[in-house]
Design a protein around this ligand. Structure first.
Ligand code: GCV
Length: 836
């Protein structure tokens, strides 16, 4: 073994502040680095062309070993290979040194890594594979995994892409980390530094393609200036083996090209696409391909001309084929004007209905890209039945790293366990093992192409995703795209060691926080398969269950006074269960065999229906919202236990978000419980819902310059009412005498923080200032903000350990700003251990 050493008492040093821009590629010094012997002394790179991923690998190895061990390596020569790291393609190695046993086992993009003997061998099937091997080796070193290894690693699937929903004006649809790194003011950005850094991060998790612009695509991307700009992006990414791809607007020949049609069977349209594709490939010969969203959510497509979706996809396929380009054609096609009064109508049926008859009709360079569930990145969905419907078509799974419906990076939700449930789900096509992961790899139905697309939406924020902890999702996405059999917790722990160091307490704490984060979020947002009960008509962030119904979007819950859930059975409902192969269909058709966590996805039941746990549906709703929100409170304490073990900058950043999450989880809990309590009129057996003994409602205080305000939706405010300043220029005050017993309390204020103003608040007890703050969360959090008092803007600030004397005068002063009228909902006096 070339490297040896014993790791004792691993405590990693860190810089006093880290901005997160290095992600997991920090190459922080390994504790006791000097005790390691036999660190390689040189690197032999088998290609020294600067744009080559092998050259990049060499640079990365220099940087990594310098950082981890403080050792400067020399560039070796092919003759003196003892003590060297040899990195390059297997082919180049064979030319210089002769054959090696594993050569035949390495597949496209794969690599061989060996630390046996007197050299380290990192040999890729291609140059990109060599770079992946170098990153893998460095990851092992950085984690102190210094055991001798010798293995081949091959990808599970050839397509491992990210999708970025970046608009040309620099905004990002469903992006929560600042503006685009790719575009600004209608054009490709002039500065590609961050693009190269992003490609580096992605290469280290073996992602090989990025679609750089929004699927809701702007045709002006195809201007000569932008094509040249795309070329610069591709140039920046090429040394990392990451290929560029773009989203296309189906109507481009007409809206941008000046033709009078975009009919895919019109020869002039065909010629137009061939011509523009040739121009793009002339600038970017290794472009990955195109992504197309057609006839979905108002986007143009072939259906306008009564052409099939396959005819539309194949038009692009013909244009890209001579260049080796791939067409990712999205299955996210549905009618968003369906009618809820029709019991049989169901958006979840759309993908299979649109694509079923097209199976086998796509050209062989087309891949149908399918969102993991039948609706849209909800907190829980069953696997899309389209995966098992398309047997003669290549498919890919679309996952979302950006947390559109999952807290928008202000709530910690580690997503690998969710993705694993889908990837490992066995659709049992033809009663044979048909796991989603093996379908999208191409293996199950013997398709030549397949893989994954992860919607990431990084921004210019130095932390990439706006939250340091959210980066575990990007890391996990890449590793699962490479090997979906990996364990979600093991992936997480590698990421933690690389991102935060080796302290066992740090490892244990962030593991625990992350692993319970998805169940907690599901518990306080939407459980039993009812979907994330967010506001689907506005920002997709806070609670608003009523918005899921009574509109054409088809994310219905069908909740009424007595019952809830979508009946998707064949015998009585929309028939969606029947879209699955029989073995799975039978499970979902039958209420007894449907797992509780998908009960309301497939069945419409009374609130008093008993779950397998013996609880009623409504009591389960109440209880799990309380449980989930309680877990969110513990995340703050867990994070605080890491103070001094994490650098100050990242510690404070995460603490701020965890504190926000804890407050917003309470907003979710109370809002959802209040909504269903109001609708069903069924009491919470534990008498918690609507009963808050530690609160003082702002509207019950003595108001001066403040007035009461009925919040919409009603359940977003405690007692349905808040207070707002009477004008947008006068300070308001709300006062009352505290009736709680004297003692020490955490004093929490729930208020609403709107975009469009930065109100200032002061909280006093007997003219003693307890705290003051500004309503400026829109600057501190990247989530989509709201201009209303609602479940998105509702938030909490807490002042801890306040000495209170019964009868003290409580006073809140609010200075409005802009459109924000310093809104306040309530004040809680929380005895130790109570959260209300
Ligand atoms: C890019 C959902 C999102 C949209 C997104 C769309 C899609 O509807 O809310 O923002 O558009 O999915 O995936 O195309």
């Amino acid at each position: 073994m070339l490297l040896s050493g014993i790791i004792v008492g691993l405590f990693l040093g860190f810089a006093s502040g880290e901005d997160g821009s290095a992600g997991w590629l920090r190459y922080a010094p390994l504790p006791h680095a000097s005790s390691y012997h036999s660190i390689p002394s040189s690197i032999i790179a088998l290609n020294n062309t600067k744009s080559s991923p092998v050259y990049t690998a060499q640079q990365e190895l220099h940087q990594g070993i310098q950082g981890i061990f403080g050792k400067t390596l020399s560039n070796g020569t092919s003759t003196g290979k003892d003590g060297s790291i040899i990195v390059g393609t297997a082919h180049a190695y064979q030319k210089s040194y002769g054959d090696f046993d594993e050569a035949g086992d390495i597949e496209e993009d794969g690599y061989f890594l060996s630390t046996e003997g007197r050299q380290v061998l990192i040999l890729g099937q291609n140059e990109r594979g060599a770079l992946y091997g170098a990153f893998d080796y460095l990851s092992r070193l950085a984690q102190g995994k210094l055991d001798t290894v010798s293995y081949v690693s091959n990808p599970h699937a050839p397509i491992r892409w990210t999708n970025e929903w970046d608009n040309l004006d620099g905004s990002i649809e469903r992006g929560y980390a600042g503006p685009s790194i790719f575009f600004e003011n209608g054009f490709v950005t002039g500065n590609t530094t961050r693009v190269a850094e992003y490609a580096r991060l992605l290469a280290s998790i073996r992602i090989n393609g990025i679609i750089v612009n929004n699927v809701n695509a702007n045709a002006t991307l195809l201007s000569a200036r932008n094509i040249d700009g795309l070329g610069r992006l591709a140039d920046a990414m090429r040394p990392y083996g990451v290929q560029l791809g773009i989203s296309l607007n189906f109507a481009s020949p007409q809206t941008f090209g000046g033709l009078n049609t975009f009919d895919p069977l019109d020869p002039t349209v065909d010629a137009w696409w061939a011509n523009i594709t040739n121009q793009i490939y002339a600038r970017i010969p290794d472009m990955a391909g195109y992504l197309v969203k057609a006839n979905s959510e108002g986007q143009p497509g072939p259906l306008t001309y009564n052409r099939s979706l396959a005819e539309g996809a194949n038009m692009f396929a013909r244009a890209a084929k001579p260049h080796g380009g791939i067409i990712m054609f999205r299955a996210f096609v549905y009618d968003n004007h369906i009618n809820e009064t029709n019991w049989k109508a169901d958006r979840a049926n759309a993908a299979v209905e649109f694509f079923r008859d097209l199976d086998g009709k796509f050209d062989d360079n087309v891949v149908v890209q399918i969102k993991y569930g039948p609706i849209d990145f909800q907190v829980r969905e069953p696997a899309s039945p389209l995966f098992s419907t398309l047997r003669n078509t290549s498919t890919a799974i679309e996952l979302q790293v950006t947390q559109e419906y999952l807290g928008q990076q202000t709530h910690l939700v580690y997503l690998a366990p969710l993705w694993k449930e889908i990837l490992e789900f066995d659709l049992q096509a033809d009663n044979r093992s048909s796991k989603v992961k093996d379908i999208v790899s191409g293996e199950r139905f013997r398709r030549p192409l397949g893989g994954s697309a992860g919607v990431v939406n990084v921004g210019t924020n130095l932390s990439w995703l706006g939250s340091h902890l959210a980066m575990s999702n990007l890391y996990a996405y890449g590793l699962l795209a490479w090997d979906p059999a990996l364990d979600a917790e093991e992936i997480l722990q590698d990421w933690i060691r690389l991102t935060f160091g080796h302290d066992p307490k740090v490892l244990e704490t962030i593991t625990d926080m992350s692993m319970k984060s998805w169940p907690a979020y599901e518990n306080y947002t939407g459980n039993l398969g009812i979907q994330t009960l967010t506001d689907i008509l506005y920002t997709h962030f806070g609670p608003n269950p009523a918005t899921l119904d009574n509109n054409g979007w088809g994310q219905w819950t069908r909740a009424d006074k007595f019952s809830i859930g979508m009946d998707r059975t064949v015998k009585n409902g929309t028939g969606n269960a029947g879209q699955y192969p029989p073995a799975v269909a039978n499970v979902y058709e039958n209420i007894e065999t449907t797992p509780d966590d998908l009960l309301l996805w497939f069945h419409h039941v009374n609130y008093t229906h008993r779950l397998k746990s013996g609880k009623t549906v409504i009591q389960h709703f109440y209880d799990s919202h309380y449980e989930g929100a309680a877990t969110a409170q513990t995340l703050v304490k867990q994070w605080e236990s890491l103070q001094n073990k994490i650098d100050g900058e990242r510690y404070e950043h995460v603490l701020f978000r965890q504190t926000f999450q804890a407050g917003h989880a309470l907003v979710w809990r109370d809002s959802i419980n209040q909504f269903y309590h109001n609708l069903s009129e069924i009491e919470d057996q534990a008498k918690r819902v609507g009963n808050h003994p530690y609160r003082i409602e702002a509207e019950k205080m003595t108001l001066s310059g403040y007035k009461t305000y009925s919040v919409n939706p009603f359940h977003a405010a405690s007692g349905t009412t808040a207070i707002v300043t009477a004008s947008n220029s006068t300070v308001g005050t709300a006062t009352t005498n505290v009736t709680f017993e004297s003692g020490t309390y955490d004093v929490a204020v729930n208020y609403f923080d709107l975009i469009g103003g930065k109100s200032q608040y002061e909280l006093q007890l007997n003219n003693r200032t307890i705290g003051s703050w500004t309503g400026d969360l829109e600057d501190k959090l990247g989530h989509a903000p709201s201009i209303y008092l609602d479940g998105h803007s509702a938030t909490r600030i807490t002042f801890r350990n306040i000495t209170v004397v019964k009868g003290d005068l409580l006073k809140i002063s609010g200075r409005p700003d802009g459109i924000e009228p310093a809104p306040v909902d309530y004040v809680s006096f929380l005895p130790p251990g109570i959260v209300d």
